[in-house]
Write a protein that binds this ligand. Structure first.
Ligand code: ASP
Length: 355
């Protein structure tokens, strides 16, 4: 039996053409995408396609689009062996991170890919990205898919999606995964490093609002809700009290991703620590995530992070800002108000942090 793969087109450069009048890139009818890659017919799998009603540039992605995408995967989950999502690269790491939390105990591959050059371009990177993504989603062994997680495939490398960040707007190698090695490398052969793959399993802490997690470990659970009342506060030398206070006091705010320096360091001024303390007292969750792309938060290592540690701030360890946002939105949507947010966030739920 040939694996059945569902190709989902959301938009992005991969399916774009130049508007002859304005010269700007815009999305075109998805059926033309297959027309541009007749090679797809040679693959040893059955490919079916579906598309967003209105394909979008990934800069327009919001929580409602994540839900549409999640719903498509969820509705078709039993009918396909794997899913390949064509998505703009700009916010692909965000969507990949979100999907990774929305699907707990995934038993099939969900591979996001896109391209830096449109499919119609002579020098396009779209064909290789798409063909290899489909091949990886079709990898099957012992009667089950080899990959059971949300990944990004780009320029010969397969990454765990929630470990990635878009690093380059020019090079074909647009993504990197600084704190976790690639899961697979495409050379003459497709080399999947099975040791690195996510082995699945439940959220080791119960995050469900009402339901019990005492379920068979083979059952995938789809949780599409996300809470958007969050903000990223990136520190920079010269940041003012006025700005920090205005952000911390946003009406209805539930979470702050605090992008700190180095191993989780921040200004020691009393107004700064005070603003954070006030927010924490109002039950705003604050995550300490480093601005460095590689390495981990280690609160207490320097004097400039001792106060944050004393406040009981949540450590993001080596999580990316993209994954931290998605994880926070997910936990805020599903965790009871009284739950131990710090414990849940500091646990690796989908392989997004090295703890
Ligand atoms: N602006 C495009 C998008 O993210 C870029 C791309 O497709 O890579 O939708």
């Amino acid at each position: 039996m040939k694996p059945r793969i569902l190709l989902i087109y959301t938009g992005g450069t991969i399916g774009m053409i130049k508007d002859p009048e304005t010269g700007a890139l815009r999305s075109f009818d998805f059926t033309q995408l297959l027309f541009h890659i007749p090679e797809l017919k040679q693959l040893d799998c059955q490919i079916e396609t579906t598309s967003f009603k209105e394909p979008i540039d990934s800069s327009d992605m919001d929580l409602s689009h994540w839900k549409v995408l999640g719903d498509i995967i969820n509705a078709n989950y039993d009918d396909y062996h794997g899913f390949v999502v064509l998505h703009g690269s700009d916010t692909m790491s965000h969507t990949g991170s979100a999907l990774s939390f929305m699907f707990e105990n995934l038993t099939k591959p969900v591979i996001l890919t896109g391209s830096q050059l449109p499919i119609g371009d002579l020098r396009t990177d779209a064909k290789e990205n798409l063909i290899t993504s489909i091949q990886l989603a079709s990898e099957w062994d012992d009667n089950e898919p080899i990959i059971k997680e949300v990944c990004i495939y780009f320029e010969y490398q397969l990454y765990r999606a929630n470990r990635t960040a878009k690093m380059n707007a020019e090079h074909f190698e647009a993504f990197s995964s600084p704190n976790y090695p690639p899961l697979a490398i495409s050379g003459v052969h497709l080399n999947i490093d099975r040791q690195l793959l996510w082995k699945g399993g439940f959220d080791r802490v119960s995050i469900a609002k009402k339901e019990s997690l005492e379920l068979s470990p083979r059952i995938m659970i789809y949780r599409p809700e996300m809470d958007s009342k969050v903000v990223v506060l990136k520190l920079f030398p010269g940041i003012t009290e006025e700005v920090v206070k205005a952000i911390c006091q946003i009406e209805g705010l539930r979470g702050i991703i605090l992008e700190t320096y180095g191993s989780g360091n921040a200004p020691t001024s009393s107004w700064f620590i005070g603003a954070l303390k006030d927010a924490l007292l109002r039950n705003v969750r604050i995550i300490n995530v480093t601005q460095c792309r590689g390495g981990s938060v280690d609160m207490g290592k320097y004097e400039t992070s001792v106060a944050l540690k004393k406040l009981g701030m949540v450590s993001g360890y080596d999580i990316t800002t993209e994954a931290a946002l998605a994880k926070m939105m997910y936990l805020l949507a599903y965790m009871p108000e009284t739950g131990d947010f710090k414990k849940y966030f500091e646990t690796s739920l989908r392989g997004e942090i090295s703890v």
